[in-house]
Design a protein around this ligand. Structure first.
Ligand code: FMN
Length: 324
């Protein structure tokens, strides 16, 4: 029997994989089955909120699946189920088919308020939230979570709670919140969770090469869904490589085209040259890995103090060429 193709999702990166990024990326690179939008805060009386609260997910500003995009899954940051449901109603009206609950955000400003991974030490609060949210949400609810806030064993009390609720999907990033993005994702802890969970689990964390993906797939043959964030920006062809889609021998022209689209789109979206420069440098922090000497590329781009210097650095980096 042929192994079924893995389902691949683009992970949400707040401030990075916003709609301008997704549109440029999806119009150039294949292999993804869906994208998750970075979180937006759930709010009270969301129906009365300004449309700008939802600007990242307004369908008219997102590349539609029919035009080369992929289905988008909006994500909410919430610890109040009524706010979640109210905000999910607007998301349903916008035409989406699923709403994701963020149980993974590690930033202390968020976790101190018992949001994101700050809820993971409190399975009773997660249970009460999901009771209300799943019963009243107009859309199927999915969850993206970490192993815990401080302790990787927190997941052991969370999984039985998730099992009690009808979730559309559960994506596990096997790190704890206090780790932020340091160290390695922990496949062993993912394996323990997988063995316990009634829901299928999607794997997310540190997938950055085809070989790395294949090793994980061999280790977890029952996992059908995978989510990739930083690795898909570092090598935008990674989803296509995983799916066995054609990838050009010379990836540079496509990367240059993607860069230029992204630059123009961010220039229109962001306010002022400083923000544009900082955002492009952030992207290069990942994208440099598509070049044979990533550190030299990062150094060259980092040195640029203004946009004209930045554009010269980009020309230089591409003219030296030779994608990895
Ligand atoms: C800059 C940044 C912003 C992120 N924003 C979000 C977010 O809005 N929602 C979320 O669920 N995860 C967020 N994450 C976590 C990623 O979605 C993902 O779980 C994590 O980076 C591990 O996957 P990766 O190694 O494939 O990137 C963010 C990560 C980074 C680095």
């Amino acid at each position: 029997m042929q192994t079924p193709q893995p389902v691949l999702g683009l992970a949400p990166l707040h401030g990075v994989t916003i709609r301008v990024f997704r549109n440029a990326y999806l119009s150039r690179f294949g292999g993804l089955d869906y994208a998750m939008a970075p979180f937006i805060p759930a709010i009270k009386d969301a129906e009365k909120a300004a449309r700008s609260h939802f600007k990242d997910i307004l369908p008219e500003w997102n590349l539609a699946p029919a035009k080369g995009g992929v289905p988008l899954v909006p994500q909410l940051m919430a610890n109040d189920a009524d706010d979640f449901v109210s905000t999910a109603r607007v998301i349903a009206e916008l035409g989406y088919a699923e709403v994701n609950w963020n149980l993974g955000c590690p930033f202390p400003m968020v976790t101190r308020k018992r949001r994101g991974s700050g809820l993971l030490p409190h399975p009773e609060l997660v249970d009460a939230f999901l009771d209300r949210a799943c019963a009243r949400s107009p859309l199927p609810v999915s969850v993206k979570l970490r192993l815990g806030l401080e302790d990787a064993d927190e997941i052991l009390a969370i999984l039985p709670v998730l099992d009690r609720h009808p979730l559309r999907r559960v994506i596990l990033h096997p790190r704890v919140g206090t780790q932020m993005y340091d160290g390695q994702a922990d496949p062993e802890a993912f394996g323990r969770a997988l063995a316990m969970s009634r829901h299928p689990l999607a794997y997310n964390g540190d997938i950055s090469t085809l070989a790395g993906f294949e090793a994980l797939r061999a280790r977890f043959p029952g996992v059908g869904e995978w989510m990739i964030g930083r690795g898909a920006i570092a090598d935008p062809f990674l989803p296509a490589r995983i799916k066995g889609l054609p990838v050009p021998d010379d990836t540079l022209p496509a990367l240059r085209d993607f860069h230029d689209r992204l630059y123009l789109a961010y220039a229109e979206y962001l306010h002022g040259p400083r923000h544009l420069l900082d955002k492009m440098k952030e992207i290069w922090g990942y994208l440099a890995d598509s070049f044979p000497d990533p550190e030299a590329v990062r150094r060259e781009i980092r040195r640029a103090g203004a946009l004209d210097g930045y554009r010269r650095a980009v020309d230089l980096v591409f003219s030296l060429g030779g994608s990895a």
